[in-house]
Write a protein that binds this ligand. Structure first.
Ligand SMILES: [Fe+2]
Ligand SMILES: [Fe+2]
Length: 344
């Protein structure tokens, strides 16, 4: 069993070094074979769920055939006048309204919505959606269920057609300033902040702003707007006809959903054409760029990821690998702009 490895002492292949190394390399070989950079809207299999009283189909993650590690995206279709079951889950979710009008009740609060609005249904809050219009309502729901599953913490409860129970604040006894008492107080304060945070963005209230990356953008769900998600964030951007977003790279996993328009993405040197309803996925730290292929129509896309909460931890763990990089030239100009140096 013991073998000599060149330049080392005699080593045992059963040692923890080899166990771990084999596991990690076989995982990565397997993942590289499985991952996909495009999810097709036309491939979404909408399936009737009586338990949910809605049609549900995964664009990526779930049973879609497009595996995801951090986030997934599903379409929820609610018939006119219908409401979904009341349920809660251990994953966080943000919804983008693709079509129709309706309302979502989260605990004791009710939020009316229409096309291109966004909502946050927090992990473990009871909630349900209803269609108040005369046409089908379609929501794109993005969740961190794959990440929660990785941690072994998945849980879903469905209560059927009953009103959602209100969220309860955590009661904490009089506390000391340190140790377990401090931990208890911090957890209660963080839960309280989540309960009181923002839940809904009206698209009509947004101002799209010019970005140095060649697009007009607005954040829909983000901590800068008062949301407290687990890290899920949505930004909407529009690429002008015939234009492109600048080339850049950052860690995965990010999903770009095509709300309107047609074009293509170049991800790690491969070109992926897309159209309305498709999703482009950036799985890893590779250069990528999104192009509007139409000479006369704007392309509207939303990008979703869940790393806002973990980016600093990733930065600390991956230092000195940068967590965001623009193409050479732009990177230096943008840093100078942020440092307040005038463009010559
Ligand atoms: Fe839900
Ligand atoms: Fe990106």
């Amino acid at each position: 069993m013991l073998r000599k490895v060149k330049g080392t002492e005699v080593v045992d292949p059963r040692s923890h070094y080899f166990v771990q190394r084999r596991r990690r390399s076989s995982f990565l070989d397997d993942w590289r074979r499985q991952r996909k950079a495009i999810a097709r809207g036309a491939d979404v299999a909408m399936t009737r769920s009586d338990a949910r009283n809605a049609n549900v189909g995964f664009l990526c993650g779930g049973d879609s055939g497009v595996p995801m590690r951090m986030i997934d995206a599903r379409i929820i279709e609610i018939a006119p006048g219908q409401r979904t079951s009341t349920h809660r889950h251990s994953h966080d979710a943000v919804c983008f309204v693709l079509e129709g009008q309706g309302a979502t009740t989260i605990g004791s609060q009710r939020f009316a919505w229409m096309r291109w609005d966004a909502l946050h249904t927090p992990a473990w809050s009871w909630h349900r959606h209803e269609n108040t219009g005369k046409t089908p309502a379609r929501l794109l729901a993005i969740t961190d269920a794959p990440l929660v599953r990785t941690l072994g913490l998945s849980r879903i409860e469905d209560a059927g057609d009953v009103p959602p129970e209100p969220d309860r604040p955590i009661r904490v006894p009089a506390l000391g300033p340190r140790g377990y008492d401090a931990e208890l107080a911090a957890a209660a304060a963080s839960w309280e902040a989540r309960l009181g945070a923002r839940r809904h963005t009206s698209f009509g209230d947004l101002t799209l702003r010019t970005s140095p990356r060649g697009t007009r953008t607005a954040l829909l769900v983000d901590q800068s707007l008062g949301y407290r998600t687990t890290g899920l964030s949505i930004a909407l951007f529009q690429i002008p006809p015939g234009q492109k977003q600048t080339n850049h790279r950052h860690p995965g996993e990010a999903l770009l959903y095509i709300v309107e328009g047609e074009g293509y993405s170049v991800i790690d040197g491969v070109k992926y054409p897309w159209t309305q309803g498709d999703g482009a996925i950036v799985n890893q730290y590779v250069w990528h760029q999104h192009f509007n292929g139409s000479p006369d129509k704007v392309a509207t896309v939303i990008r979703m990821h869940m790393w806002e909460s973990i980016i600093e931890t990733m930065q600390a763990a991956m230092d000195p690998i940068p967590m965001y990089e623009d193409e050479p030239g732009l990177e230096e100009r943008m840093q100078a702009f942020m440092d307040g140096k005038p463009e010559e």
